[in-house]
Design a protein around this ligand. Structure first.
Ligand SMILES: [Zn+2]
Ligand SMILES: [Zn+2]
Length: 347
């Protein structure tokens, strides 16, 4: 089978031909992959930006951690009746042997390995995963939409962390896929206004307009506070959710947030941000980090996706077969695409 792999540290990824997976471990299942999303993490790994050094011990490793497919065989400890089940997969695999795992506290596992990062992933026609990581798809949910589940749980977690509720005015910084998903979940939570900011990001802001979000702002050639003036004239925001990974936006984000408001930080930042803590104190503001979502959120997100397929499908702006994955990576890198989905003609 073809597989898109990280072969060695340094810039680059390789499309390689590997033997088909013939056997899986007792607690694992073999999935025939149908759709795999390209994530910002995949771009970082391809470009080899700092922070992924621990992957080296797993190389060569097949990338791809946002995916959906069908179980085609089961390990000896898994009920064979699950063959034919359509699933998506939680990519974080706990070790089962560290102190936290043995105490039943898997959330704090210190030996996690990510599917498509620390072990083989789903930029291939087949992938072996622990059955415990599989989440069954609702009937009628398309595979390509189901492949968005993992990043959409990240979006839902950010909105939950911000406690967005009916009537809230929310500012979303960053119009990429995560910002787009956050906007959708703010809308679903009943926000009265969702303003989304990008910087030199016309294509992805246009996707947001097509999703029904009229309040988009491009800060190219201006500052965030300047661009937000028409909105701030009606008052500061109840919640600000950051999905840019740009630390310089944090002070302006806090300046746009009302007293006792919540700033959710969901981006991965290459360096620390400078915060005026005295202002933070006087404004009673909270800064909260948001990352991986609990399993309950996965079920909620899957139901949301099944109920909103036509709207969510607009987030998928490009589709490629695995053989042309490099082209998809280039589009995602250039901020042209929202989500690029790789399809897997079976070979
Ligand atoms: Zn991802
Ligand atoms: Zn563990």
């Amino acid at each position: 089978m073809l597989a898109l792999q990280k072969v060695r540290p340094g810039s680059g990824i390789e499309l390689r031909r590997l033997p088909k997976i013939s056997e899986v471990l007792a607690g694992e299942v073999l999935i025939r992959t149908e759709a795999t999303g390209i994530c910002g993490t995949d771009l970082h790994i391809a470009e080899w930006t700092p922070g992924y050094e621990s992957m080296q011990s797993a190389m060569p490793v097949t990338l791809g951690h946002e995916f959906a497919g069908t179980i085609v065989s089961t390990g000896s400890a898994v009920d064979g009746r699950f063959i034919g089940t359509r699933v998506t997969v939680r990519p974080s695999v706990t070790c089962g042997t560290c102190d936290a795992c043995r105490a039943g506290d898997e959330e704090n596992c210190t030996g996690r390995r990510g599917i498509g990062i620390g072990r083989n992933g789903a930029f291939a026609s087949h992938v072996a995963v622990p059955f415990a990581n599989c989440v069954v798809l609702p009937d009628g949910l398309d595979f390509e939409i189901a492949a968005l589940t993992e990043p959409m749980t990240v979006c839902a977690e950010a909105v939950d962390t911000g406690e967005v509720k009916k009537g809230d005015r929310v500012l979303v910084l960053g119009p990429g896929f995560i910002g787009q998903g956050i906007a959708l979940f703010c809308d679903a939570a009943g926000a009265s206004e969702v303003v989304i900011c990008g910087h030199n990001d016309a294509a992805r802001l246009k996707t947001l307009n097509e999703l029904g979000f009229a309040n988009t702002v491009d800060t190219a050639g201006t500052t965030l506070s300047q661009a937000l003036l028409p909105f701030l004239a009606r008052g500061k925001f109840d919640v600000v959710i950051e999905a840019t990974g740009a630390p310089q936006v944090i002070p302006e984000a806090l300046a746009s947030l009302k007293k006792r408001g919540i700033l959710v930080v969901a981006g991965i930042h290459p360096r620390p941000a400078a915060i005026d803590l005295t202002q933070l104190v006087r404004n009673h503001q909270q800064v909260r980090g948001s990352y991986r979502a609990p399993i309950a959120t996965w079920h909620r997100v899957l139901n949301y996706l099944a109920a909103n397929q036509d709207r969510v499908r607009r987030l998928i702006t490009h589709r490629f077969d695995l053989a042309d994955a490099e082209e998809g990576f280039a589009l995602a890198r250039d901020k042209i695409a929202s989500k690029v989905v790789i399809r897997h003609p079976q070979d």
